[in-house]
Structures are given as C-alpha cells and as structure tokens.
Design a protein around this ligand. Structure first.
Ligand SMILES: Cc1cc2nc3c(=O)[nH]c(=O)nc-3n(C[C@H](O)[C@H](O)[C@H](O)COP(=O)(O)OP(=O)(O)OC[C@H]3O[C@@H](n4cnc5c(N)ncnc54)[C@H](O)[C@@H]3O)c2cc1C
Ligand SMILES: *[C@@H]1O[C@H](CO)[C@@H](O)[C@H](O)[C@H]1NC(C)=O
Ligand SMILES: *[C@@H]1O[C@H](CO)[C@@H](O)[C@H](O)[C@H]1NC(C)=O
Ligand SMILES: *[C@@H]1O[C@H](CO)[C@@H](O)[C@H](O)[C@H]1NC(C)=O
Ligand SMILES: *[C@@H]1O[C@H](CO)[C@@H](O)[C@H](O)[C@H]1NC(C)=O
Ligand SMILES: *[C@@H]1O[C@H](CO)[C@@H](O)[C@H](O)[C@H]1NC(C)=O
Ligand SMILES: *[C@@H]1O[C@H](CO)[C@@H](O)[C@H](O)[C@H]1NC(C)=O
Ligand SMILES: *[C@@H]1O[C@H](CO)[C@@H](O)[C@H](O)[C@H]1NC(C)=O
Ligand SMILES: *[C@@H]1O[C@H](CO)[C@@H](O)[C@H](O)[C@H]1NC(C)=O
Ligand SMILES: *[C@@H]1O[C@H](CO)[C@@H](O)[C@H](O)[C@H]1NC(C)=O
Ligand SMILES: *[C@@H]1O[C@H](CO)[C@@H](O)[C@H](O)[C@H]1NC(C)=O
Ligand SMILES: *[C@@H]1O[C@H](CO)[C@@H](O)[C@H](O)[C@H]1NC(C)=O
Ligand SMILES: *[C@@H]1O[C@H](CO)[C@@H](O)[C@H](O)[C@H]1NC(C)=O
Length: 677
C-alpha cells in the first residue's frame, strides 16, 4: 500500500511572518484550478511557483506530508548519511522486482514522499549533464514542434536560471583542491549551489590521484564538458549551511499568492477524462485521497494537469488512469481509456558499487561515530561527499573505442526487451540504444562516474563506480487496479551484458585509484571486496551480488516521437490527451552522465516557461525569488468547500478538530540553531 499520512494540509504559499494575519492559513481549497500539478516533489514545487507567478490559479497535490517534523534532518547536510530520512515516512521505500541478472535481488529504491520530494532526502550532489548528451536528446526529437527547447543552449540557460552559485572559502578551496568557473553558474536562481564548509585532505588528493591514472582534472564540467575529475557543487545554502531544495527554494520564500495552494497528504488516484472526443481526451478533474483510499475527493481542472510525480509516480498515475499499454492495463484490470504503449517503458537507471578501505586518518564517519571534537559543529555538519570524476570511453578503452561501439551495437537486437511486442516501443528502445552507442559512447562524455566516499559507519573510506549510460532498459508497470498499490519497478539491471562489462572497468579503476598516491597514502587496507576478488570473473560475480541503484531512474515517460513509444512530445504533452503534460525526471529520454537533480530543475524550469508562454505569450517570469526574504509556511487542514462530498468532508473535519495551527518560521529557526551551534 502507498502509506498515506492522515491529515491533509494546505500550505498557503509564502506567509511572510509580518503579513500572516490578513492572508493565510487557508482552510479550504477551491473546487477548480487552472492548473493542477500532481506531485509536490522536486519538479512539482518549481512548476507551482512559476505557474502561479501569473493570474492563473494553481493547486499542487502531494502524497507525502510537509515534512516539518523532520525539518532538522532535511536541513542538515551530514544527516543524509548519519540520520537518514530513508527510515522515515518521507521515503516511499520502494523495492525493485527480482533482478535475474543480479542474483535475483529485490533492490531498495528510495524516493522522497514529502514536499520537495527526492530533493528533500537526496545526497545533495549538484552535477550537470553534458552538452553532447542534451544535444543528442534534441536530435532524437527530429523536427518535432518545440524540439529547440531541448538543445544544450536552451537547457543550459534553464540550469543557470534555477541556481545561485557561491564559491568556497579560500581555506576550503585550498584543502579540497576545489576549482570553479563562476561564469558557468547562475547568480539569481532559487537553489543554492555551493560547497560544504568542511573538508578533508583526502578530498584534496582526489584529483591528483585521478590524474596519475590518466583521468585529467576537468576544466569545464559545469559548462557541458562532463569528463575528468573535480570537486562538485552541492545544493547547500552557505548563509546557514542548510540543504537548499525545492521547498526552500521555490515555496518558502514566495510572497503570499491567493491563486496558489499546495495540499499535502493528498495522494492522486487517477485523472478523470471528459470522454466526448475519444482521440484527444481532456482531463476534467483529478481524484485524490487523504485517507489511504477510503474516501476520495475530486478537484476540477480548468486548463491543464501537469504530472510531476517522478519516474515511478508519473507513469503510475497514467496507468491507474487507464492511459498506457493495452496488455499492462488489461492484465491489471484497469479499463483502457487511451492506449499509449510507451507509458512506463524505456526506464534507465545508474547502477553502482563501492570498493572500501580502512584509513589511518579521521573521516566524516569516524568523527560522527566516535564523537570527534567537531561532531556538533555547524561547519562539520555541512560536510557531504563531493569529490567526483567522469571517466569517458577513451580513458576506459583507449584506442579500442570503435571496436567496443561495434560490439555494443551488435548486441542491440539480441537484448531487445521481450516484455513488450509493441513496434513503437521497440523502435524507441533501438533509437535510444543507437544514440547511447553511436553518439554518447563515442563522445568525450563520462561513461562511468567515480565518487570518493568519506562517511562510512566504520570510519572507512570508499570509491564508488557507477554506470551512467545503461544499455539495459527496464519498465514501471502495475499489476493491480487499486491505485493505492505500489507499481512494479523492474530496472532490468545487467540484462544487456555490455552494462556489467563497462561497470567492471569502472570498479577496477576504483581499486586502482585507492592504490595510487597521494590518496592512497593514508589508506591502510582494502576491506571490500578485499583480496579474494581478483579476476574479471570474480569482479563480475561480486557486481551481480553487490551493485545497487545510484538513485537516478529516468525515462519512464520518455520524450520521443510517438512512433518510437514516446509518452510526451517536445512540449511535454502526453500523446492522445488534450491537456495533460509530464514535467519531471521521467521525461528525459536518455540516461545522463550526472546525478539527476540539477537536470530535473532544468526540466521543470523549461516546462514552466513553455506552459506560461502557451497561455500568456507576453509573460515573463521572475528570474529569481529574493533569498533575503524571511518567510514562514503555515499549514492547515483541508475542508472541501462543498458539503456535497459528505463522507470525505466529515472524515477530514473530524481530523481537523485535533489540529493546532502554527507558524513554522520562528519555531523552526530556534530548533535549528539549538542543534547546530
Ligand atoms: C536517496 C536519493 C539520493 C539521491 N542523491 C542525489 C544527489 O546527490 N544528487 C542528485 O542530483 N540527485 C540525487 N538523487 C536523484 C534526484 O533527487 C531525483 O532524480 C529528483 O529529485 C527527481 O525529481 P522529480 O521531481 O522527478 O521526482 P520527486 O522529487 O521524487 O517528486 C515526486 C513527488 O511526487 C509525489 N507523488 C508520487 N505519486 C503521487 C501521487 N499519486 N499523488 C500525489 N503525489 C505523488 C511524491 O511523493 C514526490 O514528492 C537522489 C535520489 C534519491 C532518492
Ligand atoms: C494579471 O491581470 C491584471 C489585470 O488584468 C494585469 O494588470 C496583470 O498584468 C496580470 N498579471 C500577470 C502576471 O499576468
Ligand atoms: C521553445 O521553443 C520555442 C520555439 O522555438 C521558442 O519560441 C521558445 O522561446 C522556447 N522556449 C524556451 C524556454 O526556450
Ligand atoms: C576524455 O576524458 C579525458 C579526461 O579524463 C580528456 O582529457 C579527454 O579530452 C576526453 N575526451 C576524449 C575524446 O578522450
Ligand atoms: C463517458 O464516460 C461515462 C462515465 O464514465 C460513461 O458513462 C459514458 O458511456 C462514456 N461515453 C463514451 C462516449 O464513451
Ligand atoms: C494510512 O495508512 C498508514 C499506514 O498504514 C497509517 O499509518 C495511517 O494512519 C493511515 N491513515 C488513515 C487516515 O487511515
Ligand atoms: C555532541 O552532542 C551530543 C548530544 O548533545 C553529545 O552527547 C556529544 O557529547 C557532543 N559531542 C561533542 C564532541 O561535543
Ligand atoms: C524474456 O527473456 C527472459 C530473459 O532472457 C527469459 O527468461 C524469458 O523467458 C523471456 N520471456 C518471454 C515471454 O519470452
Ligand atoms: C545510429 O546513430 C548514428 C549516429 O547518430 C546514425 O548515423 C545512424 O543512422 C543511426 N542508426 C540507426 C539504425 O538509427
Ligand atoms: C597520512 O599521509 C601523509 C602523507 O601524505 C603522512 O605524512 C601522514 O603521516 C599520514 N597520516 C597518518 C595518520 O598516517
Ligand atoms: C488536442 O486538443 C488540444 C486542446 O483542445 C489541441 O490544442 C490539440 O491540438 C489537440 N490535439 C490533437 C492531436 O488533436
Ligand atoms: C520579498 O519578496 C518579494 C517578492 O519577490 C519582494 O517584493 C519583497 O521586496 C521581498 N522582501 C524583502 C524584505 O526582500
Ligand atoms: C537558512 O537561510 C535561508 C535564507 O538564506 C532561510 O530562508 C532559511 O530559513 C534558513 N534555514 C534555517 C534552517 O535557518
């Protein structure tokens, strides 16, 4: 079951403390909105903020709560490791289906379930995709209307629009060996891109060791050249060393907007269509539940529904609404409303594994677990790992890149997923595969990402290798007609043997770095997998047993031509539906050489511009929200305005009796400073 929380809450956007009296908390949502955004996660709150900066009315519906009771753990970067939100209701806590090529394991797949979504629970890496990848995405769209918006130049501008960059202090820059180019970054966006205020000598040694084994220090990582070693930016607000995520960036600082409501604890069960035109259906309302499906409410849609429920949630909402592959819907017992074979298909995910060593020096983990002197200091608590490298095919295969490209292409037909017989979906698989082999593998883009990990519970250090461009495609589907049931997640890891072969080269490189000076100076002994793993066969078997998600699923509602199993067109409209778009990590058609957060901000910013331009051709949105605004968010229970929905209304009113209104802002500051100072 989707574990719904009990009390629906309206978060009236932007209750500036001094103005709160005249404005919210609002206790009612309206019967109808121009735009209904499904999912108040990372992308959903961007859409809510941008679309409501207009005269349109906007409602965001989020399954999870507001997260306020976990706010300190969300805000504190180091808590990502040491007091993780994975164990809380803020994590959907999905698991994959059994993975036959990974020892039949069911692999844990966390996803955020809270305002801010996965950006509230993720690892804060703020990396960007590359120019060649984004241009390859655009090329896959051909001459489709709107394809220009997915060129590197257009996407790069959207990435910059979402961020404000602050360089590290001189001391941190020196110790961590950090270099940057401010001109690649944004200066006025809602999300802070910066660096922790604490680092380790080993972080500073990273790039030098990489260089010694032939992976150069990168010179333009944030300008589209995603290869080489560096220290990445993280989504940290340097004014108080807190996590900067879509709630703090795009919701909390908003001025009060009476046209914008955010309803938490509201799980969308389906879209309801006006079926007067069967080939181009209009979503007339959105159905949701605040009590685990016992009762349902609906809200009318005046203009559009925008799905932003993520790579798992967006295909699931479409499928439960009857939009998807015929075979999947009929097996699940859901009435077909609009046949769209690509929904949930083309799923791609990064898969990774970590070599670990014991070390003779302090690590982030040893300071935490052994109560080191800095443990309670704000600057230490801002530390999260950020030494990174993207290794391209030249660094992996030298002069044999062309040979490998041919070999991979030759395996395309043999490993075509057999879970669909749809010609379009298969054509899409081949188009993505061909782009991955012929355009991306042969480009200078990273194929493997390497990460230095300093936060192990035993005080150990690790080096991870993660496959960035999998040839194996999986899918998200449903096997029930009850929208409270979790969808099935099948990433199909290692179905194509090329994936494990490439990751094998990456993991051997991880070991090699750990044996290369200067970073190796204070590594004492390899403890995982250790000396028993030596041959390629040993490593391959170990990867099947150990490799796990790097948390970057994409492409389950891929932007592709309709005859290639696409779900959305270049304007993000779902094929066959008149007024439904998808705008989140699920629309990216090819896996990118990057953690997905920055790209998801880029997608959501582009989507907002496209939608506003469609309705208000002359509109220009604020480039930024003032970061100096001290604001608060207030919560309230929802009571539907109409008493006609009697059972739902009663259930919600019953709960509302026990609800105590509060203004978060001042309380919140108090809590944080007590813990951090
Ligand atoms: C543990 C973890 C670590 C990560 N680390 C990093 C990192 O360090 N750097 C990085 O760049 N990326 C990282 N990522 C990936 C990145 O966070 C995600 O790719 C990105 O946030 C996805 O954004 P989204 O808007 O597509 O989905 P989400 O942010 O997941 O938002 C989807 C929202 O929709 C809601 N929802 C789902 N179904 C429904 C429904 N039916 N009705 C209403 N609401 C619904 C969900 O509760 C959620 O809030 C990590 C992810 C995880 C999970
Ligand atoms: C909203 O409408 C008013 C009155 O029609 C108009 O003056 C204003 O410019 C509009 N604002 C936006 C952001 O479109
Ligand atoms: C998207 O493309 C259209 C047509 O080329 C253009 O007018 C518009 O400005 C683009 N939007 C963005 C956000 O780049
Ligand atoms: C590959 O990456 C290295 C850095 O590791 C870089 O020097 C090189 O230019 C990149 N491109 C190609 C085609 O090798
Ligand atoms: C439209 O939907 C309604 C309610 O689901 C149903 O009763 C009706 O038969 C449908 N009409 C058509 C033309 O499909
Ligand atoms: C919904 O289910 C969760 C988990 O089973 C439970 O904790 C919660 O109380 C339920 N909420 C309601 C309103 O029934
Ligand atoms: C940090 O705070 C905790 C809880 O207050 C305390 O137990 C611990 O001793 C403190 N550690 C240091 C190093 O100050
Ligand atoms: C699909 O392929 C898998 C793995 O190769 C195989 O086990 C399975 O039997 C195939 N299924 C069908 C329906 O052919
Ligand atoms: C594969 O991609 C290459 C490079 O973009 C292109 O030249 C070729 O036509 C593509 N082949 C197929 C079968 O799509
Ligand atoms: C760590 O390595 C350096 C050399 O880079 C050495 O000078 C130092 O003594 C080592 N520290 C410990 C605790 O082993
Ligand atoms: C579907 O309806 C929308 C809105 O009425 C319209 O803009 C669009 O062109 C239609 N699409 C098709 C394929 O008929
Ligand atoms: C707060 O933000 C609003 C909207 O951006 C702006 O008009 C106002 O001047 C800001 N207030 C302060 C104190 O910065
Ligand atoms: C951190 O500072 C920002 C202003 O830059 C503020 O909006 C936010 O509330 C602060 N967070 C905490 C936990 O104090």
């Amino acid at each position: 079951m989707w574990c719904g929380l009990s009390v629906p809450q309206i978060v009236g956007a932007g209750l500036t403390i001094g103005l709160a009296t005249a404005l919210s908390p609002r206790t009612k949502i309206n019967d109808a909105y121009d735009f209904v955004v499904v999912g108040g996660g990372q992308a959903g709150l961007v859409l809510g903020a941008r679309l409501s900066d207009s005269n349109h009315t906007v409602l965001v519906l989020e399954s999870g709560g507001d997260g306020d009771e976990y706010r300190t753990r969300i805000d504190t970067p180091a808590d990502s490791y040491f007091d993780s939100l994975w164990t809380t209701p803020l994590n959907w806590d999905f698991y994959t289906a059994k993975q036959p090529n990974a020892e039949d394991r069911e692999i844990e797949w966390p996803r955020g379930k809270v305002l801010g979504g996965s950006s509230a629970i993720n690892g804060l890496y703020m990396t960007r995709p590359g120019k060649d990848e984004i241009n390859a995405w655009q090329a896959m769209l051909g001459d489709m209307d709107g394809a220009d918006n997915w060129s590197w130049d257009s996407f790069y501008a959207a990435l910059k629009k979402s961020e404000t960059f602050t360089p590290p202090s001189d001391a941190i820059a020196e110790q961590g060996g950090i270099t940057w180019n401010s001109s690649n970054h944004g200066t006025e966006g809602p999300i802070h891109a910066s660096y922790p205020d604490y680092t380790f000598d080993q972080v500073g040694d990273w790039s030098q060791s990489l260089q010694s084994i032939g992976v150069d220090i990168s010179s333009n990582m944030y300008g589209g050249d995603v290869w080489g070693a560096e220290v990445s930016t993280s989504c940290i607000n340097p004014s108080n060393w807190t996590r900067s995520y879509s709630r703090t960036g795009y919701l909390d600082p908003l001025p009060d907007r009476t046209n914008y409501d955010v309803l938490a604890n509201a799980h969308v069960t389906r879209l309801i269509f006006d079926n007067s035109t069967s080939t181009n259906l209009t979503a007339s309302s959105v159905e949701y539940t605040s009590d685990n499906g016992t009762t349902k409410s609906t809200v009318r849609v005046k203009k559009e529904v925008i799905l932003a429920s993520g790579s798992v949630g967006s295909p699931a909402v479409l499928l439960y609404s009857g939009v998807g592959p015929k075979d999947v819907l009929s097996a699940a017992g859901v009435d077909l409303v609009s046949e769209l074979p690509g929904v949930g298909q083309h799923l791609q995910d990064h898969i990774s594994a970590t070599v670990k060593w014991s070390t003779s020096v302090d690590t982030a983990g040893s300071i935490w677990y052994e109560n080191g002197a800095d443990k309670n200091n704000t600057n230490y608590l801002s530390y999260i790992d950020d030494a990174i490298a993207y290794v391209n095919s030249t660094a992996l295969y030298g002069s044999k890149v062309g040979e490998y490209e041919k070999k991979f292409l030759a395996q395309m037909d043999e490993y075509t997923p057999n879970t669909t017989t749809d010609d379009g979906v298969i054509a899409g698989y081949k188009a993505i595969y061909n782009t991955t082999a012929s355009t991306i593998f042969t480009s200078p883009m990273g194929q493997i990402e390497l990460l230095f990990m300093n936060s192990d519970a035993n005080g150990d250090v690790g080096i991870s290798a993660a496959l960035q461009h999998p040839f194996s495609h999986g899918r998200i589907y449903i096997n029930s007609s009850d929208p409270m049931d979790y969808p099935v997640i099948d990433p199909n890891y290692f179905a194509n043997p090329s994936d494990i072969e490439i990751l094998l080269e990456g993991i051997k490189m991880a070991r090699k770095i750990g044996e290369t000076k200067p970073i190796s100076n204070n590594f004492t002994e390899e403890i995982t997998p250790g000396s028993s793993v030596q041959t390629d066969e040993d490593w391959t078997q170990w990867l099947r047993e150990q490799a796990t998600t790097e948390f970057h699923p994409s492409s389950s509602c891929a932007m592709l031509p309709q005859d290639q199993g696409g779900v959305v067109d270049a304007n993000l409209r779902v094929y066959g539906l008149a007024n439904v778009r998808v705008a989140d990590a699920s629309i990216v058609p090819i896996a990118l050489s990057s953690h997905l957060m920055a790209s998801t901000y880029g997608v959501a910013e582009q989507a907002s511009t496209i939608i506003l331009e469609y309705y208000d051709p002359s509109s220009a949105t604020d480039p930024a929200f003032s970061s100096s605004n001290v604001t608060a968010v207030s919560s309230s229970t929802a009571t539907p305005k109409s008493d006609k929905k009697s059972s739902a209304a009663k259930a919600i009113r019953g709960l509302s009796n026990s609800w105590i209104p509060f203004v978060l802002g001042s309380m919140h500051l108090g809590v944080i400073f007590n813990l951090l100072l």
